[in-house]
Design a protein around this ligand. Structure first.
Ligand SMILES: Cc1cc2nc3c(=O)[nH]c(=O)nc-3n(C[C@H](O)[C@H](O)[C@H](O)COP(=O)(O)OP(=O)(O)OC[C@H]3O[C@@H](n4cnc5c(N)ncnc54)[C@H](O)[C@@H]3O)c2cc1C
Ligand code: FES
Length: 273
């Protein structure tokens, strides 16, 4: 794990209350894999004291193809993100990672459906590049695992849709849904997915009710489904047990720490409440 005070190279708005911050951290960028996350903390302050977890959105390469920075995309929801948005290029952030495990292996299917709700699209850009074989991560050479990646992306309203152009530029087929019908189909993203019919492996990230609905659809279709959980975390490294989720075991269920055992879990193994 790398921990450093890193320079912010770029910080731009992507949508309503949604920003992309680019952090210079070559060692971390070279090591991190899609599905893993980093902790970001504002330096020189104890308010908030703790770092906050954010998914890898993308790695940034220099002219020789060497990873030099990472992008994080975040929604402003509270204290840390409310202050993060005021950090400008040239200032610093504390960053540590890679944390957690990468996405579970999906095999080599014809197509993979990534299903995002709210700010849940953030782990999927790097994953799409990895699946399509257009970028290697963690020192691996690029290798295509699938021919087609679809993103099903649900938001409350069009103003919150962030990064769609990045996904399209990466070769992803994007389908949108919104609560108010201002972008894509009106309704839940899982309804949109279901209307398109049975597909390859499903990978979800977003609010728990959406992930639960996705896991039921996966069971109905009998397709593999993994979900990336965004459980609030204090330490991010397995010490505090603030991030636990219930996972099925042979005899019943047990708590697993999302930060070290996840954040990606087989949806069929989770105990949904
Ligand atoms: C593995 C992982 C990856 C994540 N990736 C991203 C990402 O790429 N982009 C992004 O915008 N966010 C991501 N998150 C969520 C992000 O960590 C929280 O939004 C952030 O910690 C909020 O910090 P804050 O200080 O601004 O809000 P706080 O002041 O701590 O909280 C503000 C409000 O938000 C609620 N809240 C805080 N965290 C969460 C959460 N995880 N889920 C639901 N409610 C929460 C609190 O209960 C409170 O009501 C991720 C979380 C995890 C665990
Ligand atoms: S956040 Fe501390 S154990 Fe997971």
């Amino acid at each position: 794990m790398f921990h450093r005070t890193a320079r912010v190279l770029e910080h731009v708005p992507l949508a309503e209350r949604t920003f992309r911050v680019r952090v210079e951290c070559p060692e971390l960028a070279a090591a991190i894999r899609p599905g893993q996350f980093v902790m970001l903390r504002l330096p020189n302050t104890t308010d908030p004291l703790l770092g906050r977890p954010f998914a890898l959105y993308d790695t940034v390469l220099d002219a020789t193809g060497t990873p030099v920075a990472i992008d994080v995309v975040y929604l402003v929801v509270g204290k840390m993100t409310g202050r993060l948005k005021d950090v400008t290029a040239g200032e610093s952030l504390e960053v540590w990672g890679p944390l957690g495990k990468p996405f579970l292996d999906v095999g080599e299917p014809d197509s993979v459906a990534l299903v995002a709700g709210g700010i849940g699209q953030t782990p999927f850009l790097a994953f799409a590049r990895e699946l399509l074989g257009t970028r290697g991560f963690g020192g691996d050479a690029p290798r295509a695992r699938t021919k087609s990646v679809k993103l099903y992306y649900g938001v409350r309203s069009a103003s919150l849709a962030a990064g769609i152009d990045d996904f399209r530029a990466a070769g992803v087929n994007v389908h949108t849904a919104s609560d108010d019908g201002s972008i894509g189909t009106k309704g839940f993203v899982t309804q949109l997915l279901e209307s398109h019919g049975r597909t390859g492996p499903l990978v979800g990230c977003g609010p728990e009710p959406m992930l639960h609905a996705l896991s039921k659809l996966a069971a109905k279709w009998d397709v593999p489904c993994q979900v990336s959980l965004e459980t609030p975390m204090a330490c991010g490294v397995g010490i505090c047990f603030s991030c636990v989720t219930k996972v099925r075991t042979e005899g019943g269920w047990d708590y697993k720490r999302v930060c070290v055992d996840g954040p990606c879990f087989d949806a069929a193994q989770l105990v949904w409440e």
